[in-house]
Write a protein that binds this ligand. Sequence first.
Ligand SMILES: O=C(CO)[C@@H](O)[C@H](O)COP(=O)(O)O
Ligand SMILES: [Fe+2]
Length: 225
Amino acid sequence: MLPFLIAPSILSANFAFLGQEVDKVIQAGADLIHFDVMDNHYVPNLTIGPLVCKSLVDYGVSKPIDVHLMVEPVDQMIESFASAGANRISFHPEATRHVDRSLQLITDNGCEAGLVINPATSLDCLEHVMDKLDFVLLMSVNPGFGGQQFIPHTLDKIRLVKQRIQESGKQIRIEIDGGVKVDNIRSIAEAGADTFVAGSAIFNQPDYKHVIDQMRAELSKISVA
Ligand SMILES: O=C(CO)[C@@H](O)[C@H](O)COP(=O)(O)O
Ligand SMILES: [Fe+2]
């Protein structure tokens, strides 16, 4: 079993104090910093880009930056974020003409590569690219906003992805994004996920460490085969 990783989404942080917010959440126990990039085109919202990523890297962020691209097209952004210091980059297959090429571009730029699957997207898009994936990011809400409710059928999808990964014999992480909270993280892990994005659950509370500690306590209770 891969070690569990908790990835606070800075979408719910206070952008007026972004550097301090990231410091605080790392001190609270974050393993990755999840960085949501929205373009008001692929999704109906607009957030932050490579300049902000580079500013955080220059500021001295000590944990890997996990860039979730909700942009269309994606290739130029892959190169820009890799140059800006991102460590992991994922994108949605509908947003690029050539999924295989975009995945290869991430790897060629020295980053870990992930494909993001929306709640209504079939898992078929994984079929011919398993060897190019470091992680699969399963959306448990529709992309574009923080603070939405976890969609329960995601649990079945996690089990299916887990099965495919096991059949492939590869070591590919399963990351879940959307509506992850203290009270559902255990069932998400039991279904087979190992990386947990949480935005509002962490940043909407005054004590980030308390939330992350509670999440880890829930994760320590699980028993998986
Ligand atoms: O990619 C997205 C939303 O599109 C996420 O990363 C959200 O930022 C997660 O926020 P919460 O659901 O945890 O509040
Ligand atoms: Fe995200």
